[in-house]
Design a protein. Structure first.
Length: 376
């Protein structure tokens, strides 16, 4: 029998097309995975303008994009791990590595430098202003008196008289020269003038004397008046200050010349016995009047030719006196500042003989007031 011919078995080499299709499929799958990863990361992170690098597929390895360096980048990107020859590349790992490289390649944000605040300028305090803000203003009325004698504080009723005040700066602020002394309350003493200027600066502890012309009230008594210092803006300076002046009822404020003695007539007129001319006095009640004291004194002239008599009490300036012509005794108020003594000349004129006699009347308030004089 014929021997059958041997059948030739032809072994075809493996088809490259199958492998190529597999590689293409892997590339497509990788692209899908990359797109999904970017979508997820984009939903969780703020949008960035950095472009997504493309991934190219190769037969044996995955191409990794090289990030472009920037001026502010300070990190060195890490190289992705590549598959060893003959191994199937891990497409997912390659995609994740590419994403990590892209993130690391982005520039590092640099914070805006903090502005250094400018130093606040130090204000140099005004020494004068600081002193005026810290010093105290205080004014004290040292004395208020009439005429030119500090022991006088009264005047005859309805008479014009000079009023004087001594003010002391008892604070720590200097009193300015443009301050004025003004009436505030109480008796006006007929004053119609304007504010009395201080006229000079008064340092701490110093005094100044101010003067004005007053008119005494028309009734005897003691009268209180309140005055105060003011600045040019009409603001009061210091506290209001009160003083007292008295008004008394004299027979006359001007002494009269002694009468001319009569010419002797040789008649059978009885002889008049001439004795020593003098006056007697006795004290009545004493009282305090504001910053003054006064005591009632009853004056009785005697001697000489037996009168009529004229009695003068020299208690006013410029040689003026309070005059009495009877009836006797004459009531007179001896008055002075607390607790000063009263000391004035009293002169008696005997009209019958034309002779006169003078003697001072001295009154000590420590003796006249029980327990002694007390200051206000």
């Amino acid at each position: 029998a014929p021997v059958p011919a041997e059948t030739a078995v032809v072994t075809l080499p493996p088809r490259r097309g199958s492998r190529l299709y597999g590689a293409v499929g892997l590339v497509v799958l990788a692209a899908i995975v990359i797109a999904a990863v970017f979508i997820i990361r984009g939903a969780n992170q703020p949008q960035q303008e950095t472009p997504i690098p493309a991934v190219a597929a190769a037969d044996t390895a995955t191409a990794t994009p090289t990030p472009q360096p920037t001026a502010t980048s300070t990190q060195t990107p890490r190289a992705p791990e590549t598959a060893a020859p003959g191994e199937t590349p891990d497409v997912v790992a390659s995609a994740v590595a590419a994403i990590e490289l892209t993130r690391e390649a982005q520039p590092t944000s640099t914070g805006t430098p903090t502005r250094t605040p400018s130093p606040t300028p130090t204000i140099t305090p005004d020494a004068t202003a600081a002193f005026l803000n810290n010093c105290t203003v205080s004014v004290e009325l040292v004395d208020a008196y009439t005429y030119q004698n500090r022991s006088f504080s009264s005047a005859p009723i309805d008479s014009r008289f000079p009023a004087n005040w001594i003010l002391r700066n008892s604070g720590t602020c200097s009193l300015a020269a443009d301050l004025t002394w003004r009436y505030v309350d109480g008796e006006t003493f007929g004053y119609t003038g304007g504010p009395i200027p201080l006229g000079q600066a008064v340092p701490e502890g110093e005094e100044v004397t101010l003067t004005a012309t007053f008119v005494a009230p028309d009734a005897p008594g003691s009268y209180d008046s309140t005055w105060q210092l003011f600045d040019p803006a009409d603001n009061p300076v210091g506290a209001p200050l009160t003083f007292s002046f008295g008004a008394y009822l004299p027979v006359t404020a001007t002494p009269t010349a002694p009468p001319v003695p009569p010419t002797p007539v040789a008649t059978a007129t009885p002889e008049v016995e001439i004795t020593e001319l003098n006056y007697a006095f006795e004290f009545g009640a004493c009282e305090y009047v504001g910053a003054d004291w006064r005591c009632l004194v009853r004056l009785t002239p005697y001697g000489g030719g037996g009168g009529p008599y004229t009695l003068f009490v020299y208690d006013q300036p410029a040689g003026q006196a309070t005059e009495f012509r009877g009836p006797w005794p004459a009531n007179y108020f001896a008055q002075a500042r607390r607790c000063s003594a009263f000391n004035s000349e009293i002169r008696v004129i005997d009209d019958a003989t034309g002779t006169g006699f003078s003697r001072h009347l001295y009154v000590d308030p420590d003796v006249q007031f029980p327990g002694g004089c007390t200051l206000p």
